[in-house]
Design a protein around this ligand. Structure first.
Ligand SMILES: O=C1O[C@H](COP(=O)(O)O)[C@@H](O)[C@H](O)[C@H]1O
Length: 261
Protein backbone atom coordinates (compact mmCIF):
# COMPACT_ATOMS: atom_id res chain seq x y z
CA UNK A 1 0.00 0.00 0.00
CA UNK A 2 1.38 3.41 -0.88
CA UNK A 3 1.97 5.96 1.87
CA UNK A 4 1.06 9.55 1.05
CA UNK A 5 4.17 11.70 0.62
CA UNK A 6 5.03 14.13 3.41
CA UNK A 7 7.00 17.23 2.45
CA UNK A 8 9.67 19.06 4.39
CA UNK A 9 11.02 22.18 2.71
CA UNK A 10 14.27 23.72 3.93
CA UNK A 11 15.63 27.16 3.13
CA UNK A 12 18.54 26.02 0.98
CA UNK A 13 20.45 22.91 0.00
CA UNK A 14 23.09 23.25 2.74
CA UNK A 15 20.44 23.39 5.47
CA UNK A 16 18.56 20.55 3.80
CA UNK A 17 21.69 18.37 3.85
CA UNK A 18 22.40 19.17 7.51
CA UNK A 19 18.80 18.58 8.61
CA UNK A 20 18.56 15.33 6.63
CA UNK A 21 21.86 14.15 8.13
CA UNK A 22 20.53 14.88 11.63
CA UNK A 23 17.33 13.01 10.78
CA UNK A 24 19.31 10.03 9.49
CA UNK A 25 21.47 9.86 12.61
CA UNK A 26 18.29 9.76 14.74
CA UNK A 27 16.71 7.03 12.62
CA UNK A 28 19.84 4.87 12.76
CA UNK A 29 20.25 5.32 16.52
CA UNK A 30 16.56 4.51 17.12
CA UNK A 31 16.69 1.40 14.91
CA UNK A 32 19.83 0.18 16.67
CA UNK A 33 18.16 0.74 20.04
CA UNK A 34 15.01 -1.17 19.12
CA UNK A 35 16.29 -3.88 16.76
CA UNK A 36 20.00 -4.10 17.52
CA UNK A 37 21.12 -2.94 14.11
CA UNK A 38 20.06 -0.60 11.32
CA UNK A 39 19.97 -0.83 7.55
CA UNK A 40 20.19 2.12 5.20
CA UNK A 41 20.11 2.30 1.42
CA UNK A 42 22.31 5.04 0.00
CA UNK A 43 21.75 7.05 -3.15
CA UNK A 44 24.25 8.57 -5.50
CA UNK A 45 24.04 12.05 -6.96
CA UNK A 46 24.66 15.55 -5.65
CA UNK A 47 21.99 15.61 -2.95
CA UNK A 48 22.87 12.17 -1.57
CA UNK A 49 26.56 13.00 -1.41
CA UNK A 50 25.76 16.38 0.17
CA UNK A 51 23.86 14.58 2.93
CA UNK A 52 26.76 12.18 3.55
CA UNK A 53 29.26 15.06 3.73
CA UNK A 54 26.98 16.85 6.22
CA UNK A 55 26.77 13.68 8.26
CA UNK A 56 30.57 13.39 8.28
CA UNK A 57 30.76 16.92 9.67
CA UNK A 58 28.04 16.44 12.33
CA UNK A 59 29.38 15.93 15.88
CA UNK A 60 26.34 13.69 16.58
CA UNK A 61 27.70 11.13 14.10
CA UNK A 62 29.47 9.59 17.10
CA UNK A 63 26.05 8.57 18.44
CA UNK A 64 25.85 5.95 15.68
CA UNK A 65 27.26 2.49 16.31
CA UNK A 66 28.85 2.21 12.87
CA UNK A 67 29.69 -1.46 13.34
CA UNK A 68 25.99 -2.32 13.59
CA UNK A 69 24.91 -0.64 10.38
CA UNK A 70 24.22 -2.36 7.05
CA UNK A 71 24.69 -0.17 4.01
CA UNK A 72 23.15 -0.99 0.65
CA UNK A 73 22.88 1.01 -2.57
CA UNK A 74 19.82 1.96 -4.56
CA UNK A 75 21.80 1.99 -7.78
CA UNK A 76 25.27 1.98 -9.20
CA UNK A 77 27.00 3.17 -12.32
CA UNK A 78 28.47 -0.01 -13.83
CA UNK A 79 32.12 1.06 -14.01
CA UNK A 80 35.45 -0.37 -12.79
CA UNK A 81 36.18 -0.56 -9.06
CA UNK A 82 37.42 2.80 -7.75
CA UNK A 83 36.12 4.79 -10.71
CA UNK A 84 35.41 8.32 -9.44
CA UNK A 85 31.94 8.21 -11.03
CA UNK A 86 30.85 5.13 -9.08
CA UNK A 87 28.35 5.97 -6.36
CA UNK A 88 30.25 3.88 -3.82
CA UNK A 89 33.51 5.72 -4.56
CA UNK A 90 31.80 9.06 -3.96
CA UNK A 91 30.12 7.79 -0.78
CA UNK A 92 33.47 6.54 0.54
CA UNK A 93 35.01 9.96 -0.03
CA UNK A 94 32.09 11.84 1.49
CA UNK A 95 31.68 9.70 4.63
CA UNK A 96 32.37 5.99 4.62
CA UNK A 97 36.17 6.18 4.81
CA UNK A 98 35.95 8.29 7.94
CA UNK A 99 33.72 6.10 10.11
CA UNK A 100 34.39 2.64 11.62
CA UNK A 101 32.01 0.54 9.51
CA UNK A 102 32.14 -3.25 9.46
CA UNK A 103 33.37 -3.94 5.87
CA UNK A 104 31.20 -7.09 5.75
CA UNK A 105 28.13 -4.90 6.19
CA UNK A 106 28.99 -2.51 3.36
CA UNK A 107 27.10 -4.05 0.44
CA UNK A 108 28.45 -2.24 -2.61
CA UNK A 109 27.00 -3.22 -5.96
CA UNK A 110 29.41 -5.10 -8.25
CA UNK A 111 31.85 -3.23 -10.49
CA UNK A 112 32.34 -3.85 -14.21
CA UNK A 113 35.76 -5.40 -13.56
CA UNK A 114 34.46 -7.59 -10.73
CA UNK A 115 33.50 -11.27 -10.65
CA UNK A 116 30.79 -10.84 -13.32
CA UNK A 117 32.99 -8.91 -15.73
CA UNK A 118 30.96 -6.67 -18.00
CA UNK A 119 27.79 -8.79 -17.65
CA UNK A 120 25.56 -6.24 -15.90
CA UNK A 121 22.59 -8.58 -15.75
CA UNK A 122 24.65 -11.21 -13.91
CA UNK A 123 25.90 -8.48 -11.55
CA UNK A 124 22.29 -7.41 -10.87
CA UNK A 125 21.21 -11.01 -10.23
CA UNK A 126 24.09 -11.46 -7.78
CA UNK A 127 23.05 -8.34 -5.85
CA UNK A 128 19.47 -9.62 -5.74
CA UNK A 129 20.80 -12.85 -4.20
CA UNK A 130 22.81 -10.89 -1.63
CA UNK A 131 19.67 -9.01 -0.65
CA UNK A 132 17.62 -12.20 -0.48
CA UNK A 133 20.24 -13.82 1.75
CA UNK A 134 19.99 -10.86 4.14
CA UNK A 135 16.19 -10.99 4.31
CA UNK A 136 14.77 -12.83 7.29
CA UNK A 137 11.38 -14.49 7.85
CA UNK A 138 10.16 -11.25 9.45
CA UNK A 139 10.69 -9.43 6.16
CA UNK A 140 8.07 -9.17 3.49
CA UNK A 141 9.90 -10.72 0.57
CA UNK A 142 13.37 -11.26 -0.86
CA UNK A 143 14.82 -8.01 0.49
CA UNK A 144 15.43 -6.81 4.05
CA UNK A 145 13.01 -4.24 5.45
CA UNK A 146 15.42 -1.33 5.15
CA UNK A 147 15.05 1.28 7.89
CA UNK A 148 15.70 4.17 5.52
CA UNK A 149 16.07 4.12 1.76
CA UNK A 150 17.24 7.37 0.19
CA UNK A 151 16.76 8.41 -3.41
CA UNK A 152 18.10 11.47 -5.18
CA UNK A 153 15.51 12.76 -7.63
CA UNK A 154 16.93 13.48 -11.09
CA UNK A 155 15.79 16.47 -13.18
CA UNK A 156 13.91 13.99 -15.42
CA UNK A 157 12.16 12.42 -12.35
CA UNK A 158 14.44 9.38 -12.31
CA UNK A 159 15.25 7.77 -8.98
CA UNK A 160 18.01 5.19 -8.44
CA UNK A 161 18.62 4.17 -12.09
CA UNK A 162 14.91 3.93 -12.90
CA UNK A 163 14.53 6.26 -15.86
CA UNK A 164 11.19 7.25 -17.39
CA UNK A 165 9.79 4.68 -19.80
CA UNK A 166 12.82 2.31 -19.67
CA UNK A 167 12.20 -1.39 -18.91
CA UNK A 168 13.66 -1.21 -15.38
CA UNK A 169 10.83 0.98 -14.11
CA UNK A 170 8.27 -1.51 -15.42
CA UNK A 171 9.82 -4.43 -13.49
CA UNK A 172 7.32 -6.00 -11.11
CA UNK A 173 9.07 -9.23 -10.20
CA UNK A 174 12.87 -8.95 -9.80
CA UNK A 175 14.34 -6.80 -7.04
CA UNK A 176 17.48 -5.72 -8.90
CA UNK A 177 18.01 -5.36 -12.65
CA UNK A 178 20.68 -4.28 -15.09
CA UNK A 179 20.01 -1.07 -17.00
CA UNK A 180 21.09 -0.69 -20.61
CA UNK A 181 20.98 2.62 -22.47
CA UNK A 182 20.36 5.01 -19.55
CA UNK A 183 19.94 8.57 -20.87
CA UNK A 184 22.34 9.87 -18.20
CA UNK A 185 25.94 8.61 -18.43
CA UNK A 186 27.11 6.00 -17.94
CA UNK A 187 24.50 4.09 -19.95
CA UNK A 188 25.03 0.80 -18.12
CA UNK A 189 23.87 0.63 -14.53
CA UNK A 190 22.51 -1.64 -11.80
CA UNK A 191 19.37 -0.61 -9.93
CA UNK A 192 16.88 -1.67 -7.31
CA UNK A 193 13.40 -1.89 -8.78
CA UNK A 194 10.23 -0.27 -7.44
CA UNK A 195 9.13 -3.47 -5.60
CA UNK A 196 12.49 -3.54 -3.74
CA UNK A 197 12.29 0.18 -2.94
CA UNK A 198 8.79 -0.26 -1.53
CA UNK A 199 10.05 -2.83 0.98
CA UNK A 200 11.66 -0.03 2.99
CA UNK A 201 10.10 1.28 6.18
CA UNK A 202 10.91 4.82 5.15
CA UNK A 203 11.68 6.16 1.70
CA UNK A 204 13.25 9.62 1.55
CA UNK A 205 13.37 11.50 -1.73
CA UNK A 206 15.98 14.25 -1.86
CA UNK A 207 15.55 17.18 -4.19
CA UNK A 208 17.53 20.40 -3.93
CA UNK A 209 18.17 23.01 -6.59
CA UNK A 210 16.23 24.73 -9.29
CA UNK A 211 16.87 21.93 -11.79
CA UNK A 212 14.77 19.61 -9.59
CA UNK A 213 11.74 21.91 -9.36
CA UNK A 214 9.89 20.60 -12.38
CA UNK A 215 10.61 16.98 -11.50
CA UNK A 216 9.26 17.43 -7.96
CA UNK A 217 6.14 19.18 -9.25
CA UNK A 218 5.44 16.45 -11.80
CA UNK A 219 6.07 13.53 -9.44
CA UNK A 220 3.95 15.05 -6.68
CA UNK A 221 1.04 16.00 -8.92
CA UNK A 222 -0.29 12.53 -9.65
CA UNK A 223 1.98 11.50 -12.55
CA UNK A 224 2.28 7.81 -13.37
CA UNK A 225 5.40 5.96 -12.23
CA UNK A 226 6.38 4.80 -15.72
CA UNK A 227 6.57 8.40 -16.93
CA UNK A 228 7.81 9.78 -13.60
CA UNK A 229 9.60 7.05 -11.59
CA UNK A 230 9.85 9.26 -8.47
CA UNK A 231 6.05 9.07 -8.24
CA UNK A 232 6.28 5.31 -7.70
CA UNK A 233 8.81 5.44 -4.86
CA UNK A 234 7.20 5.06 -1.46
CA UNK A 235 7.87 3.32 1.83
CA UNK A 236 5.79 0.88 3.87
CA UNK A 237 5.51 3.31 6.77
CA UNK A 238 6.56 6.68 5.47
CA UNK A 239 7.41 8.54 2.30
CA UNK A 240 9.26 11.75 2.90
CA UNK A 241 10.23 14.35 0.34
CA UNK A 242 13.10 16.51 1.59
CA UNK A 243 13.39 19.62 -0.55
CA UNK A 244 14.96 23.03 -0.57
CA UNK A 245 13.05 26.18 -1.49
CA UNK A 246 14.32 26.13 -5.09
CA UNK A 247 13.19 22.54 -5.70
CA UNK A 248 9.83 23.31 -4.09
CA UNK A 249 9.26 26.45 -6.17
CA UNK A 250 6.98 24.83 -8.76
CA UNK A 251 4.91 22.66 -6.43
CA UNK A 252 1.15 23.08 -6.60
CA UNK A 253 -0.11 25.52 -3.96
CA UNK A 254 -2.18 22.78 -2.35
CA UNK A 255 1.03 20.91 -1.49
CA UNK A 256 3.31 23.77 -0.58
CA UNK A 257 1.86 27.25 -0.44
CA UNK A 258 4.55 29.85 -1.19
CA UNK A 259 5.22 32.46 1.50
CA UNK A 260 2.86 35.43 1.16
CA UNK A 261 5.44 38.14 1.85
O1 LIG B 1 22.98 9.14 -11.69
C1 LIG B 1 22.37 9.27 -10.67
O2 LIG B 1 21.56 10.37 -10.51
C2 LIG B 1 20.57 10.46 -9.50
C3 LIG B 1 20.31 11.94 -9.21
O3 LIG B 1 21.52 12.64 -9.14
P1 LIG B 1 21.64 14.21 -9.00
O4 LIG B 1 23.09 14.53 -9.11
O5 LIG B 1 20.83 14.83 -10.12
O6 LIG B 1 21.06 14.58 -7.66
C4 LIG B 1 20.93 9.65 -8.29
O7 LIG B 1 19.82 9.55 -7.48
C5 LIG B 1 21.40 8.26 -8.67
O8 LIG B 1 21.71 7.50 -7.52
C6 LIG B 1 22.61 8.37 -9.52
O9 LIG B 1 23.14 7.14 -9.94
Amino acid sequence: MSTAPQLVVHRDKELMAQAAAARLITRIVDAQASRGSASVVLTGGRNGNGLLAALAAAPARDAVDWGRLDLWWGDERFLPEGDPERNVTQAREALLDSVPLDPKRVHAMPASDGPYGDDVDAAAAAYAEELAAAAGPENHGPVPTFDVLMLGVGPDTHVASLFPELPAVRETDRTVVGVHGAPKPPPTRVTLTLPAIRAAREVWLLAAGEDKAQAAAIALSGAGEIQAPAAGAYGRGRTLWLLDGAAASQLPRSLYPPASA
